[in-house]
Write a protein that binds this ligand. Structure first.
Ligand code: UT7
Length: 387
């Protein structure tokens, strides 16, 4: 039986609390059928509402952060030996001075595991109590995903683990995904890791890209707070545009299936180097970042004046400055560490967040506007309360 009007109101109120993005619960459009559209609408709505009504949404807290980067460093001066560039050009056009890169024999999973362990330690949660590990990455050690390797390394025996690929937006998308599992009561402790080693895909002869990227990992722990506790995820907004993929990609370049005989007994897949139209991505970023942050703020029912810190994807200082100006956020409230690490893709937001938390720059109760953007094209923002 469809729920009565009164139950519908109650159910909507239960769905509302501030962690799940505020969505209008309108019914999907219907195709022609022998049922009247009104009858089908009422049935489908009742199913949706009944599903929500059965759940009590749980509170969700951002309880810890951690990070890990390789020791090996490539400075701008080092790059001068590889391509026609110079420290002054790179620093003034991007803000980047150095980047950390994986050495031979080092794995991304190992750094992701270290970042995860540090986040768990801050949160006071044992690895054995982790229910879910989401590893946001575009450069896993294993084509089939590296989240399970991280699980094995930290001993999170009971966790479900999967990789999530949304390039430099991956961490924010992973955070929102993890929070949904906690809000609905499915899981209690979720590790969200952003980890990338794009140095593996950089053409070190291409000065348009090789100056930008570095390797690193960052992680956060989300924990369930019993009942209707305040939620750390205040609002979000996420988007994609596959038509923009041509501006930034690293395409598969295998040869396809060959006739199987002795000389072609196996195929080896590989990917091209990163290909980027810098100016197009720059224009996209300065447009998309303020827009998506404003949409996430609206979703959270907050204003920009309530934002303590902007923690944006660390791609280019000029993009950070432009976004801050458009949003009217003073530059001293923008977290920036790209001088040291360059663009670490999915890792850049949790790495910047973790450094700021450990420096007591970001303190419990601070409201943060996170925003990632990059290949896909994808862009995503989450408004969160730290601690
Ligand atoms: O995660 C998202 C990933 N990507 C991004 O966010 C990248 C967004 N784009 C950017 O950050 C910038 O477009 C770049 C930093 C990549 C390039 O900066 P730009 O100000 O857009 O430079 P440009 O491509 O317009 O090039 C300006 C000049 C050109 O020379 P001419 O034609 O004016 O003589 C380039 O050939 O600078 C030259 N140039 C360089 N010179 C020294 C380009 N790269 C370099 C270099 N060193 N590394």
């Amino acid at each position: 039986m469809p729920l009565a009007g009164g139950s519908r109101v109650l159910a909507d109120q239960q769905v509302k609390p501030n962690c799940l993005p505020r969505q209008s619960h309108t019914c999907p459009p219907f195709t022609a059928s022998r049922w009247s559209s009104a009858r089908r609408r009422s049935l489908v709505c009742s199913v949706t509402v009944r599903a929500h009504a059965a759940q009590t949404l749980q509170g969700c807290k951002l309880a810890g952060s951690g990070s890990s980067v390789p020791e090996a460093v490539l400075s701008n001066t080092d790059l001068e030996k590889l391509v026609e560039t110079n420290d002054e050009w790179i620093a003034s056009r991007t803000g980047i001075r150095r980047r950390h890169v994986l050495a031979q024999g080092e794995s991304l999973s190992q750094h992701a595991a270290t970042a995860a362990q540090r986040a768990l330690e801050m949160a006071g949660i044992a690895a054995g109590d982790v229910d879910l590990i989401i590893l946001a990455t575009s450069s896993p050690d294993d084509l089939f995903g590296s989240a399970c390797q991280v699980q094995a390394l930290i001993g999170a025996k009971k966790a479900l683990c999967f990789d999530l690929t949304a390039a430099c937006s991956g961490f924010v998308v992973g955070l929102v995904t993890g929070a949904q599992f906690i809000r609905t009561g499915t899981y209690r402790n979720v590790l969200v890791i952003g980890a990338d080693a794009l140095s593996r895909y950089v053409d070190w002869r291409d000065r348009g890209t090789c100056i930008l990227f570095g390797d690193g990992c960052g992680a956060v722990v989300l924990t369930q707070q019993q009942g209707e506790q305040p939620c750390s995820l205040l609002g979000s907004s996420m988007a994609s545009d596959g038509l923009g993929q041509k501006h930034l990609n690293a395409m598969y370049c295998g040869e396809g299936m060959k006739p199987l005989h002795e000389t072609h007994a196996s195929a080896r897949g590989s990917f091209e180097n990163i290909s980027m139209s810098g100016q197009e991505v720059f224009k996209f970023a300065v447009r998309a970042v303020p827009t998506v942050v404003e949409a996430a703020l609206a979703n959270a029912g907050r204003t920009k004046d309530e934002v303590d810190w902007l923690v944006l994807h660390q791609a280019n200082q000029r993009i950070l400055d432009s976004a801050a100006t458009r949003l009217g956020v003073p530059s001293d409230r923008v977290i920036s560490n790209l001088a040291e690490y360059g663009n670490t893709s999915a890792a850049s937001i949790p790495l910047a967040l973790d450094e700021a938390v450990r420096a007591n720059t970001i303190v419990p109760g601070n409201v943060l506007a996170l925003a990632g953007f990059g290949a896909g094209l994808t862009w995503a923002s989450a408004i969160v309360r730290w601690g």
